[in-house]
Ligand binder design. Structure first.
Ligand code: NAD
Length: 702
């Protein structure tokens, strides 16, 4: 089945009534958001928009023509006014007089800040002159798959002419910059009727006299290309037809979850940890299952935006879903990765220039597995997900190009010159330093509870990806949504599960592997509290404490330990114990005994984990009333009654006064200690305990 022909055509979403209420610069934001809000028009972060707007000079009040153009970074789908750079048009045009030719075009970039209007701090992007030098009031530059399919075809110029006639021009591949801007300017001047240009192997430029005309021209051009591609591909099997049948969905997930930790381990061992993403959507499966998979994958991606994110080529893994299991591919993985890295190193050596930046990570970003789908790995989840989206763009481009012509990747020297462009390198150098737990994956049982949520928040703040696991479905979803809102949806997942169930814990870690690629931090925390004198303690109550606190911690830790080992990376297991693990309390034999079992389990794990760099430590809270759901139920009422107190606040005061430091303990205090053991700051501690109880002499460790 061909996916391109099923794409519905774009429909204008321009609202005249709304537009009438907006200023010129607000209209530019509106137009940009409409364009960027549809992935058929442009990929995430791809493309830019501009308007030339008359504005009073802040010093002289004189009317000036100002170029508002999307600045460096960001995405037009969500851009706001502050995402645009603003430049005096007369100054920008004057740069033509200073321009020394193609060999020096990068030098012009240093002059853009001198053109800044109104002290706007937003940096101008490399594409700025492409907008400024075209004598049209409004300009769109987008990367639609349908247009790139034409632009990346062997006979892209003839196709452009066939589809668009005189209305659209065509310019041969050239890296974006001042030289391309001059070519674009020349074209627009010589072809006053043209509505835009297809840039070979790159994307689309369109323009208009009004914001609405510009927007609707972009849509119309994309629709014409889509219609043409759909007609040409009608009835033709994409990519030479299916060579391998897709495995059933559950098996695809299981194979991916089995492979991801092994790949993650191999590509993270020598540097920072990577986060994975899995995609087995129909369009991906059509490509990875096709007869042409290997030939096309080797040609590489085309649009610069694509390969900057995906690397020029993916790694295709040998796998026959009909006869093989995960265990059959694992032995071949190190060799496949070493081959890829050697190939990447050779590409670097062949193409490098005297001033090229040092070679970057030589591991693949995109992994294609016949019958199963696509994996992508990057420094964080959003980057891995977006790399996958970009490869999907590349698949769409290849599908379209193959239907109408033959697909052509960018020549490797041109690709290299983009990948190792000094201006791209400068952009990378400007990126903020990664946070302490960036690239780390944590699973927290009881993650929807008081201490669990506080811990999740603390780890998320340091950049970790967090999987919340809890038995309470409703509270779990609320917790996930809340944390996703506070941090990012990419960084938080929720898996429902009962820690007393072996199958549920296996499933929770399988999901974690599938969602992120593995696990580095395992926090055993799901718990309850109970109190009753020994003689009144029923077997059921004893068993419940043992099941959740002892067995639950064992099952969680064992599955976490197994997953950590399968990555061959070090890891940290943290058990949220209790002061009662060290101090016997009257009337709580079941709880205290189960908590003591957790403590000793951690020590045993510390022994067995050490040879693999897997650490196990314990944080012992005491009397964390605020935020804890344990204290909101029967347990809290019982404790309050036993101290003759009517409210939790009064009860909290009792515990505070009982402590050596006379301070209340909060979930955030526990989270701080857990974060210490979770991170590399405590790399030399295992089998250890931190009490977070505001001081309790009976709980002093020795
Ligand atoms: P909480 O009730 O707010 O959170 C515990 C979470 O565990 C809840 O969301 C609950 O739904 C979940 N849970 C319970 N049984 C589960 C099961 N079988 N499977 C999966 N999830 C399950 O309590 P909290 O105060 O955040 O407690 C967290 C841990 O801290 C517990 O192990 C508790 O024993 C320990 N602790 C708490 C205190 C305190 O004063 N709050 C003191 C010492 C120890």
């Amino acid at each position: 089945m061909n996916k391109t022909e099923h794409q519905p055509l774009l429909v204008s979403r321009w609202d005249d009534a709304l537009a009438a209420t907006l200023s010129a610069e607000q209209l530019l934001v509106y137009r940009s958001n409409l364009l960027g809000g549809d992935k058929r028009i442009t990929n995430f972060g791809g493309g830019n928009t501009s308007s030339k707007i008359e504005m009073p000079d802040p010093l002289t009040g004189e009317k000036k023509s100002v170029l508002w153009v999307k600045g460096s970074g960001g995405d037009i789908g969500s851009i706001k006014l502050d995402g645009f750079a603003t430049l005096y048009m007369d100054r920008l045009l004057a740069l033509q007089g200073l321009y020394k030719g193609a060999a020096h075009e990068d030098e012009v970039v240093g002059l853009y800040p001198h053109c800044t209007f109104n002290l706007n701090p937003r940096a101008a992007s490399i594409d700025t002159p492409l907008h400024g030098l075209v004598d049209r009031p409004h300009v769109d530059h987008v990367h639609p798959d349908a247009i790139i399919a034409i632009a990346a075809s062997a006979d892209s110029r003839a196709l452009t002419r066939e589809i668009f006639g005189e209305s659209l021009g065509w310019l041969p591949w050239r890296r974006p910059g001042f030289e391309l801007a001059l070519e674009l300017q020349r074209f627009a001047r010589e072809n006053p009727e043209a509505r835009g240009v297809v840039l070979e192997a790159h994307g689309l430029f369109t323009w208009g006299n009004t914001q609405k005309e510009c927007y609707e021209t972009t849509l119309d051009v994309i629709n014409r290309a889509s219609t043409y591609l759909a007609a040409k591909s009608e009835g033709k099997p994409a990519f030479g037809g299916e060579a391998v049948a897709a495995a059933p969905a559950a098996r695809r997930g299981a194979v991916a979850a089995g492979l991801m930790p092994a790949i993650r381990g191999l590509i993270s061992r020598s540097g920072s940890r990577k986060i994975g993403h899995f995609d087995d959507s129909p369009a991906v499966l059509e490509f990875v299952n096709s007869a042409e998979l290997r030939r096309l994958a080797a040609l590489g991606t085309s649009c610069p935006d694509h390969f900057l994110r995906t690397k020029i080529t993916p790694l295709v893994l040998d796998f026959d879903p009909a006869t093989q299991e995960v265990a059959d591919i694992l032995p071949a993985l190190p060799g496949a990765l070493a081959n890829y890295a050697a190939g990447y190193g050779a590409y670097y050596e062949r193409c490098k220039r005297p001033d090229s930046p040092a070679m970057r990570d030589a591991n693949p970003v995109v992994y294609l597995i016949p019958g199963i789908g696509m994996l992508t790995f990057a420094a964080d989840k959003a980057t891995a997900r977006i790399a996958g989206e970009f490869y999907l763009n590349a698949i769409n481009v290849m599908r379209g190009a193959c239907a109408v012509s033959s697909y052509r990747g960018l020549p490797e020297q041109d690709a290299f010159d983009i990948e190792y462009w000094l201006l791209e390198e400068a952009k990378l150098q400007r990126m903020p330093k990664p946070k302490a737990l960036a690239g780390k994956i944590a699973l927290i049982t009881g993650g929807a509870g008081g201490i669990g949520m506080a811990t999740a928040r603390r780890l998320l703040k340091d950049g970790a990806c967090v999987v919340l696991c809890d038995i309470d479905k409703a509270v779990l979803e609320t917790a996930r949504a809340q944390l996703a809102g506070e941090f990012s949806a990419d960084h938080v997942r929720a898996v429902w599960g009962d820690v007393t169930s072996e199958a549920a814990m296996v499933a929770a870690f399988t999901q974690t592997a599938l969602q992120y690629g593995g696990v580095d931090i395992c926090i055993c925390n799901a718990g309850i509290a109970s109190a009753s004198a020994l003689e009144e303690t029923s077997l059921a109550m004893w068993q419940r404490n043992m099941d959740i606190l002892a067995t639950g911690y064992f099952l969680t830790a064992r599955e976490g330990f197994r997953l950590m080992k399968s990555q061959q990376l070090d890891g940290s297991i943290v058990m949220v114990g209790s002061k009662n693990a060290l101090v016997a309390s009257p009337g709580a034999a079941a709880y205290c005994s189960a908590k003591a079992a957790e403590l000793h389990l951690a020590r045993c794990l510390a022994l067995e984990g050490a040879p693999f760099g897997i650490r196990a430590n314990v944080v012992n809270p005491d009397a964390v009333l605020r935020g804890s759901r344990i204290w909101q139920g029967e347990w809290g009422d019982q404790r309050a009654a036993s101290y003759n107190k009517g409210s939790l606040d009064e009860l909290e005061a009792v515990y505070r006064e009982r402590s050596l430091l006379k301070r209340s303990v909060y979930p955030e205090d526990i989270a701080e200690a857990v974060a210490f053991f979770a991170s590399d700051i405590s790399a030399k501690s295992t089998g250890n305990i931190i009490n977070v109880d505001a001081g309790n002499a009976n709980a002093f460790t020795r």
